[in-house]
Design a protein around this ligand. Structure first.
Ligand code: GCV
Length: 677
């Protein structure tokens, strides 16, 4: 009797211990190893590196040494060397404490991915100096375009109460090399600059500091007027300039290693220097001057457009190119990967490569605003690799976007990259278990954009789930195909912005509510007519192609040479346009939508057989979401094809699956997803 109770308790305990909610992310190594680890210096950061290794490393003793020699200096302040062998002993060497921390996480990653055998001789340094997350978290804890619950920043409890999540967040970021974070939404309120708020920020900064993560804030350009009671917020007004200097001093008194400001100005209705007839450079330089004595920086966003006759895709380039070279040296211009807005597929923004006298930092979107929210499995490593490897031709062939921003082609003082975070209070942090892979991939690519998307997926799967090859092979295939599949069932061939305007999840190519801004409506982008479909950005259209360097401008301009995956981005093509594979455009469009749907179905087929290889909780969660993904892929296909068919007036090719919905039925769907949440 007693024995059975003990057994029952043990079962309960093990279920409790191993219940899987995804909260441990990719940091699931066994603890309690008691490895021998020594260090030649002490600090909070080195102690973390030591403790991580002591509790997880299963090999011979590890030495952590700070050494200042030329070889290590070449690796920069975040770089490190790992030498030795897990059977005889390992040395991690760096010039700084953070170098040792990154080296420790590297060694543990090798162990967890079974790559730690043999003699190690590793030298690493990051491609970008600043690897920063942008949280679009509001002070009331809602998250703009966030799909993982409320903000992890508990502003209501701070500064008194400290959530254990802050440390876990810092640890996860440090483990992939992320070294900075912007805590609040770029759609910022002046309240983020009050003394009370700084006390809350200070507590978070104190929690993140040992993990070498710097804290930044987004600011509202009107703060001097709204918060300070000044007459205006004109950047050339000396009272305004003084207000910012005083404000910055106040921040640094509380947080001495504060990073600086992220600014969205004169964009989507937010205030900015243009309200006073000044330029973006005037605004950015005013803030840069205030931050300079403290080594703070300004990240000024180039995401600007306004409803006008000018193609939205051209506007940022036209506004920022004349300002090239006019920014202070502690300003960096933050540019979204594409010229519109994180669409499923965009060409790279033409500012990359063109703006040569100003450092630019790419902004990627980790949160899946336009890529299925946290309902769909879409691995973005492949999308970001396409972006990094795109050739701008600014200095001849091979001038990739990566090289224009990482200091290779233009040696600026600052190099940086930002990712819009997908993190929230959900137990699994990102809403979808596979959303974690995008957070992970952002960190790894920010460290080294030359890693392949496949290697990153492989690492993440091994650390997050299992090293079992029967799991890894099919699931890696799902991840590697997932982005392109989603492009196919949502917006193939360069189509973009076909979303319902308020929630950006489902299809509404017909969307046209009274009084809406034209440049927020799908018809502005797809321009479907009885003649054809697509946005004419050629020399005879909006001429956006001219913003790219030769020969790319000519390649994009010519319908015969334009890559077919961007055809309808650059061309308004007739429905019977002959595609390279032999089909006419309409048939190809039908084929692509169906291909995407079939791939989504394939993901379900690949997922189900791995049931016994991982825990039942995460298996079932992902299985359920893959069902939703396939269902919604069919919704996208039917809605778009039935709608575009009203223009093409052609049949769905007879050998292809027929729509299972009616257009009117599709138009009735109203998702109850909050705008901006
Ligand atoms: C933070 C898009 C999003 C907005 C976002 C904006 C931006 O328009 O829909 O929610 O606002 O981009 O990047 O500033």
């Amino acid at each position: 009797m007693k024995k059975s109770i003990v057994f029952f308790c043990l079962v309960l305990l093990s279920v409790g211990l191993y219940a899987e909610d995804g909260s441990r992310l990719w940091l699931r190594a066994e603890t309690g190893q008691n490895a021998t680890v020594t260090a030649n210096k002490q600090s909070a950061t080195i102690n973390i590196a030591k403790q991580e290794l002591e509790s997880q490393w299963k090999g011979a003793p590890v030495q952590l040494n700070i050494i200042n020699n030329k070889d290590l200096q070449k690796l920069g302040k975040d770089g490190y060397r790992i030498t030795g062998n897990k059977l005889t002993g390992i040395s991690i060497l760096a010039t700084t404490e953070q170098g040792l921390l990154y080296g420790a996480y590297h060694l543990l990653r090798l162990q967890e991915t079974r790559s730690d055998a043999g003699m190690l001789n590793i030298a690493e340094s990051p491609k970008y100096d600043l690897r920063i997350l942008n949280h679009w978290d509001n002070l009331n804890r809602t998250v703009e375009r966030g799909y993982a619950g409320y903000s992890i920043w508990r502003w209501d409890q701070l500064p008194e109460q400290i959530s254990p999540r802050y440390k876990e967040y810092a640890r996860a970021n440090a483990s992939i090399g992320i070294n900075a974070t912007v805590l609040n939404n770029v759609n910022a309120t002046p309240d983020a600059l009050t003394p009370e708020f700084f006390q809350k920020v200070k507590v978070i900064a104190d929690e993140l500091r040992p993990y070498h993560i710097k804290v930044f804030l987004s600011i509202n350009f009107s703060s001097p007027k709204v918060l300070g009671g000044l007459e205006n917020s004109d950047p050339l007004n000396k009272d305004v300039r003084k207000w910012w200097k005083d404000k910055v001093k106040e921040i640094y008194n509380v947080i001495p290693d504060f990073g600086g400001f992220l600014v969205k100005a004169n964009s989507e209705g937010l205030p900015g220097p243009q309200d006073y007839g000044r330029t973006h450079a005037d605004g950015a330089n005013m803030l840069a001057e205030a931050l300079k004595p403290y080594k703070g920086i300004v990240m000024w966003r180039a995401f600007v457009y306004s409803p006008s006759d000018q193609d939205r895709a051209k506007q940022a380039f036209n506004e920022f190119m004349p300002l090239d070279g006019k920014f202070n040296d502690n300003v960096i211009v933050q540019v979204k990967n594409g010229p519109i807005d994180f669409q499923p597929r965009e060409p790279f923004s033409p500012l990359f490569g063109a703006m040569q006298k100003t450092p630019l930092m790419p902004e990627l979107q980790i949160t899946q605003e336009y890529l299925g929210h946290s309902k769909q499995l879409v691995y973005l490593g492949t999308q970001w690799k396409e972006f990094f490897e795109s050739d701008t031709y600014c200095k001849g062939a091979g001038s990739t976007v990566a090289k224009t921003t990482d200091g290779t082609l233009f040696p600026h003082k600052l190099t940086a990259i930002a990712g819009v975070a997908n993190i929230g209070e959900d137990a699994n942090w990102t809403g979808h278990h596979f959303g974690q892979s995008n957070w992970y991939a952002f960190g790894r690519l920010a460290w080294n954009h030359e890693l392949s998307a496949e290697q990153i997926a492989d690492e993440w799967l091994k650390m997050t789930f299992t090293n079992d090859v029967n799991f890894l092979t099919p699931v890696k295939e799902i991840m590697m195909d997932s982005w392109e599949a989603m492009v196919s069932y949502m917006m193939p061939l360069g189509l973009h912005h076909l979303f319902a305007w308020h929630h950006h999840y489902g299809p509404e190519p017909w969307c046209n509510p009274p009084g809406a801004r034209p440049d927020w409506l799908p018809s502005y982008y797809h321009k479907a007519s009885t003649f054809g479909i697509g946005f004419d950005r050629t020399t005879t259209g909006s001429n956006a192609v001219s913003q790219y360097f030769p020969p790319l401008n000519e390649i994009f301009n010519n319908i015969e040479t334009c890559p077919e995956n961007l055809l309808l981005w650059f061309h308004h093509a007739p429905w019977d346009h002959q595609m390279r594979g032999g089909r006419i455009l309409w048939d190809e469009l039908c084929y692509k939508y169906l291909l995407g749907v079939n791939q989504a179905r394939g993901f379900q087929k690949k997922w189900d057989p791995i049931e016994n290889l991982i825990d039942p909780e995460r298996f079932a969660d992902v299985q359920f979401k893959l069902k939703v993904q396939t269902r919604d892929a069919i919704w996208w296909k039917d809605a778009c094809l039935l709608y575009f068919q009203t223009f093409s007036k052609r049949p769905i090719p007879f050998e292809m699956e027929r729509p299972i919905h009616d257009l009117e039925e599709m138009k009735q769907i109203q998702l109850n997803l909050e705008h901006h949440n």
